[in-house]
Write a protein that binds this ligand. Structure first.
Ligand code: ADE
Length: 419
């Protein structure tokens, strides 16, 4: 049975066209679909997926269904849903979907609960809200769950702390830890889509601006690289010395937020941690500063303390909230401090999600086939899956690479040779 709670089912035809457009640059997932349709490796699986409801997610859901799974999808963020896609998932592809762009906190969790009515045997998460809801409020479902997958850095961190505390009750494959995920999706995907979101929301010129990136993990590296590529002067803030050093050697200015806050025209947090920009920073910002977040949760900007110093607020354009402070300056917060690349733009482009979601599809198949061998831990995607996805992506791009000669292979295995 197909169930749903979407904004407007009549948007389905428009959503289908956009899903088909994305599919044109998802060749790795397409090759998996062909095999899944033949072999049905997910036959009998009931799969609950808590993901950003985008054109790419719709294609993943179709592939999982082609593999034999019964699928239900809900949003992994209240602001990331594409309403036409949610409608198409239901009406065009016959998959249950619960997601409305702009849903409040209560509806967000109600949608997770509705997805759990499927009584999943496999979970697929982006941020671990689905898994944590199961572990807190739906423990009765756990005995039937074979395992799950997790898409993002923040979710993997949460799940690893559950495992460390001994409370994780089934195995999880960390899709984020695959090289074909974080080296590409986190860097090139977040880099492009975050700058895209900021530009769509503000229509401001990057060139010549002072752009502060908080956090220099893979996502921060991508954002810094793309902002710099558009002519911004990039300033990086970091807490980890090796990453800070990398940022210096990549050519960026590095300093504490306490100094950067007075210099930036545009700010973007990508740390995965809480209250990275706080009241002491907001109060030192220039008049007109633009503040955004591309980390998973909306906790990186301390908006509650910003409110305390705010005289008046208004929405000045879509996804742009003007805060006029008691010091007379105005600060512009984008997308309520939620993932700006999904709130104001469309998330990562499909050709990079192709690899992330190939990991999701093959990771799910791996969990289903190997769950008896897996412990209640967080596992990295097996290296063979990771390499095969890279190989398929290269083939789809028409790129050939060298292979080791027998002599080279032997040399690499020998320790006797010196100068
Ligand atoms: N996360 C970032 N971009 C995404 C996209 N386009 N679809 C699903 N999840 C995403």
């Amino acid at each position: 049975m197909v169930n749903s709670d979407v904004k407007d089912i009549s948007l389905a035809a428009k959503g289908k066209l956009r899903i088909e457009w994305a599919w044109k640059t998802m060749p790795v997932l397409a090759s998996i679909e062909t095999r899944f349709a033949k072999e049905k490796p997910l036959k009998g699986v009931r799969l609950a997926a808590c993901l950003h409801v985008t054109t790419e997610t719709a294609n993943l859901a179709r592939v999982l269904k082609a593999g034999g799974a019964e699928v239900a999808v809900c949003a992994s963020n209240p602001l990331s849903t594409q309403d036409d896609v949610a409608a198409a998932i239901v009406k065009e592809y016959g998959i249950s979907c619960y997601a409305i762009k702009g849903e409040n906190h209560e509806t967000y969790y109600e949608h997770i609960r509705k997805t759990l009515a499927l009584e999943p045997t496999v979970t697929m998460d982006d941020g671990a809200d689905l898994v944590s809801t199961i572990h807190k409020d739906y423990k009765q479902l756990i005995p039937k769950i074979l395992g799950g997958t997790e898409e993002t850095t923040t979710g993997v961190i949460r799940l690893k702390s559950m495992a460390a505390e001994g409370v994780l009750k089934y195995p999880i494959l960390a899709v984020n830890d695959a090289d074909t995920k974080h080296l590409f999706d986190n860097r090139y995907g977040t880099g492009q889509s975050t700058v895209d979101g900021i530009v769509r929301a503000t229509n401001r010129l990057m060139s010549g601006s002072y752009f502060v990136v908080a956090g220099y993990g893979m996502c921060g590296k991508g954002v810094a690289m793309r902002a710099s590529g558009m002519g911004a002067h990039v300033i990086v803030t970091e807490v980890e010395p090796v990453r800070a050093l990398e940022a210096v050697m990549d050519g960026y200015s590095v300093m504490p937020m306490d100094e950067a806050c007075a210099l930036g025209d545009i700010f973007c947090t990508v740390t995965g941690d809480i209250h990275v920009i706080r009241s002491e920073h907001f109060l030192k910002m220039k008049d007109g500063a633009i503040v955004s977040n591309a980390g998973h949760f909306n906790v990186e900007l301390d908006l509650a303390t910003l409110d305390k110093h705010t005289k008046s607020k208004r929405t000045i354009r879509d996804f742009v909230e003007e805060f006029t402070l008691t010091n007379g300056r105005s600060i512009y917060v984008l997308g309520d401090g939620r993932l700006i690349n999904l709130a104001a733009a469309e998330g990562h482009p499909s050709s990079v999600m192709d690899m992330s979601f190939a990991n999701q599809a093959l990771g799910t198949e791996y969990v289903v086939k190997n769950h008896k061998k897996l412990e209640k831990k967080v596992y990295t995607i097996p290296a063979e899956i990771d390499r095969e996805i890279a190989r398929l992506k290269l083939v789809s791009m028409g790129i050939h690479i060298d292979t080791l000669t027998a002599e080279q292979q032997k040399y690499l295995g020998a320790w006797e040779h010196g100068t």
